[in-house]
Ligand binder design. Structure first.
Ligand code: GLC
Length: 437
């Protein structure tokens, strides 16, 4: 089945196949304007798996369908186009949850403390400009009231659509909203080589249903590795439907085409001004709730992630793993609140900036807005920070927090010094004005 040809869609698809934004059409470049300025979003990995305090989807232990034999964590694989799922067993998938338990967790899912407005307010106070929620992870459970499977939020004692609730709260708070949707599905009977076309219909209808139910979906975060070709998901037809309903949507690179942005995971993206990117990072090393024994990174580290993303030309999508009660882990809430307080003072050096002109290094990074450059010193070397030539003359220098910086410019580059008493933790921001030109 194919939809009628539409020139606007053909352009959208041609752009989706182009990795570099300069090679994309003007309208595709403009589509990402708000996202590029936003810099900072919240990723929410939350579903009934939080009850097991073990990794979302990956902790589901399989058994042989006949007999009691425990299988070596085989992932049901579509096995199409020569692609097989990996069969290894990683530490972060543990503790394993027997399939019989995992697939029934939703029957005890009652997040009675969930308050969508308070939840979204925490993202807003953290200075985040958008929120991406897991609607269906690899385990196949749907957090919304879908009519295409019973394996959804209405089968829990809670019986309230958590996708619509979150989307509406975002709209009320003025936060952009996006969905994570996994094409992999380890629950749906049609996911596999025999009935993949049927499974693709299911997926198509679910994404369509989400877009219709939540008119403010502005980002779609698909989730399958690049080695899965788009043909496997009938990707062109999927994109056509998405484009028809939401022509300004932003789509990541995990549906077999480069689309709008690269998504490094658990690492900060490389300095790149030609291709948009967004790093997704976790507070605990895990995506979903792993209990209070999991260590949460300190505020300083979270802030450094944000600054290093901005300086590299990318965004930070900071993940939280809410409790089964529907609350944000208080330790994560604390880090978010402190990043927000920092951004309230120093946001000019992050929002709406581009990376560079100085490349990132051990010292930190730089961001820029026109002729104003913010040098973020995250780690002072012995003495001064030595940077390569910025391409024009430095006409003035000051500290964003107030105070003086000494700057010496030679043909070899720029040397920046700040007296130890004037440095600020966890980031000393030196503002340089460059000569116009
Ligand atoms: C990975 C994992 C998944 C996680 C995602 C976030 O692909 O499979 O568990 O949701 O990355 O980027």
């Amino acid at each position: 089945m194919s939809e009628a040809a539409d020139p606007a869609f053909e352009q959208f698809w041609a752009d989706a196949l182009q990795p570099k934004w300069a090679d994309k059409s003007e309208s595709s470049q403009r589509r990402l304007d708000w996202w590029r300025e936003a810099k900072f979003g919240m990723f929410v990995h939350w579903d009934p798996s939080s009850l097991a305090a073990s990794e979302i989807s990956w902790s589901k232990q399989f058994y042989a369908d006949h007999g009691e034999q425990l299988l070596d964590n085989p992932r049901p694989s579509p096995d199409l186009h020569g692609v097989r799922e990996h069969r290894f067993w990683l530490d972060w998938f543990k503790p394993a949850v027997p399939r019989e338990v995992y697939d029934h967790l939703h029957k005890s899912f009652y997040p009675g403390m969930f308050d969508a407005d308070r939840f979204v307010a925490a993202a807003k106070q953290a200075g985040m400009k958008y929120l991406i929620q897991v609607t269906k992870h690899h385990n196949g459970f749907c957090m919304w009231d879908t009519k295409f499977t019973d394996f959804n939020i209405m089968a829990t004692p809670y019986r309230r659509d958590l996708v619509v609730a979150m989307a509406q709260a975002c709209a009320r708070a003025g936060i952009r909203y996006g969905i994570y949707y996994s094409q992999r599905d380890w629950h749906h009977p049609d996911y596999g080589p025999e009935r993949m076309a049927k499974y693709n219909e299911y997926m198509y209808h679910q994404v369509e249903e989400l877009l219709v139910k939540c008119p403010n979906i502005e980002v779609i975060f698909f989730d399958c590795e690049q080695y899965y070709p788009w043909q496997m998901w009938d990707g062109k037809r999927l994109f056509q439907m998405i484009h028809r309903l939401r022509p300004k949507v932003i789509i990541n690179d995990r549906c077999g085409v480069p689309a709008d942005c690269t998504t490094p995971e658990q690492s900060i993206g490389e300095y790149n001004l030609e291709r948009d990117w967004e790093s997704c990072m976790t507070f605990t090393g895990f995506w979903s709730w792993h209990g209070f024994q999991a260590t949460v990174i300190p505020f300083e580290e979270c802030l450094h992630h944000l600054v290093r993303c901005a300086g590299g030309g990318g965004n930070l999508l900071m993940n939280i793993g809410p409790l089964p009660t529907g609350q944000i882990d208080p330790r994560e809430a604390d880090r978010l609140q402190r990043v927000g307080a920092w951004l309230a003072q120093n946001g000019a050096s992050i929002y709406g900036t581009r990376g560079g002109p100085f490349p990132p290094g051990d010292y930190g990074v730089s961001t820029r807005k026109g002729d104003t450059v913010y040098v973020h010193v995250l780690q002072w070397p012995e003495g001064e920070v030595v940077l390569p030539p910025p391409g024009s003359r430095v006409v003035s220098a000051r500290l964003l927090a107030g105070g003086n910086a000494s700057v010496q410019q030679t043909p070899d580059g720029v040397r920046i010094g700040v007296a130890p008493a004037d440095r600020t933790e966890p980031d000393t921001i030196v503002v340089l004005e460059l000569a116009r030109g």
